[in-house]
Design a protein around this ligand. Structure first.
Ligand code: HXC
Length: 268
């Protein structure tokens, strides 16, 4: 689908996207690139990174991949610094890296719980922490236009409760809390806007194929009248809105992009 935004809406911006080589992260990388941004992708798997970067290059997008695990502070620091060295600034950080699997609370080991917390919650904070120096107003590579911006990708499953997702619910709740608290502290002190996006079920993503096998999907459609899948494009458009000047007065918001699904109840 064609973008409703002007092609230069992110012109001159440099975006670092964790988990940017696949799924929702890759669509954000692509759409940011198509709208003028230079893209750095961070991910653990070299093959995935290489494939994603060549796909971006083939669309005329300036892009580079950096291997790294958001669970390691030294990786976060190195990738943020490398992005700055490569492009000369850092304007947008998108935390899209996430880990997930379906498991009952009874069968989930504490280490399994911790692993997802480490990737989603601690990883998001670590990336923000390491990027602060470059994002803050007056930081290296920043002109007089103020601070940069952060987007944290969470979910809607912690608004209620979700079967076999206790670890992810806890982790995404922490991501949303991190978004609001950084928006308060860093918005005030450093002119950095920090917002989140909470996607509903999005088709053609690792999350959907892992978390909602076909049989769950078709059953859901039977009893949830509003049940429909979003597209990765929907999340990327929300990301452009929040990261661009269109969202210049938006700070500390978590934008739900789910077609209203989380509110839905079966018809009587
Ligand atoms: C039960 C599991 C498990 C499973 C791992 N563990 N997979 N427990 N069921 N299927 C437990 C392990 O037993 C271990 O605990 C601990 O978790 C760490 O496992 P490792 O395999 O060592 O972890 P690691 O290799 O680091 O892999 C991390 C991962 C992996 C999260 C398990 O799946 C991953 O990295 N995935 C990233 C890609 C991904 O999932 N993307 C989709 C995100 S979708 P013990 O106790 O045995 O040591 C998404 C959407 C959210 O986030 C919102 C949806 C609505």
């Amino acid at each position: 689908m064609e973008s409703p935004f002007k092609a230069e809406v992110l012109k001159g911006k440099v975006a670092l996207i964790t988990g940017g080589g696949s799924g929702i992260g890759f669509e954000i990388s692509t759409q940011f690139g198509k709208h003028g941004a230079s893209i750095a992708i961070m991910g653990r798997r070299k093959q995935v990174l290489d494939f994603a970067v060549s796909a971006l290059h083939s669309q005329g997008i300036q892009a580079v991949g950096f291997e790294g695990d958001v669970r390691k502070q030294e990786d976060a620091k190195r990738v943020v610094e490398s992005t700055f060295k490569h492009f000369g600034s850092l304007d947008i950080l998108v935390n899209a890296a996430a880990g997930n699997f379906l498991v009952s609370a009874e069968d989930l080991s504490p280490n399994g719980f911790r692993t997802v917390m480490d990737i989603d919650s601690v990883g998001t904070f670590t990336m923000c922490h390491e990027a602060l120096k470059y994002l803050k107003k007056g930081g290296p590579g920043r002109n007089s236009s103020g601070g940069g911006t952060i987007l944290n990708i969470s979910a809607t499953l912690h608004y209620t409760a979700s079967w076999y997702q206790i670890h992810v619910s806890a982790a995404k709740a922490a991501v949303d809390a991190t978004t609001r608290n950084l928006a308060l502290e860093w918005g005030t002190d450093y002119d950095i806007r920090v917002n989140g996006i909470a996607p509903g079920p999005i088709s053609d993503t690792p999350g959907m194929s892992k978390l909602a096998p076909d049989e769950i999907n078709s059953r859901s459609k039977d009893y949830m009248p509003l049940y429909k899948l979003g597209e990765k494009w929907d999340i990327a458009m929300a990301a452009i809105y929040l990261a661009s000047d269109a969202g210049k007065f938006i700070n500390g918001t978590i934008l739900i992009v789910d077609g209203g699904l989380w509110l839905s109840r079966p018809r009587h």
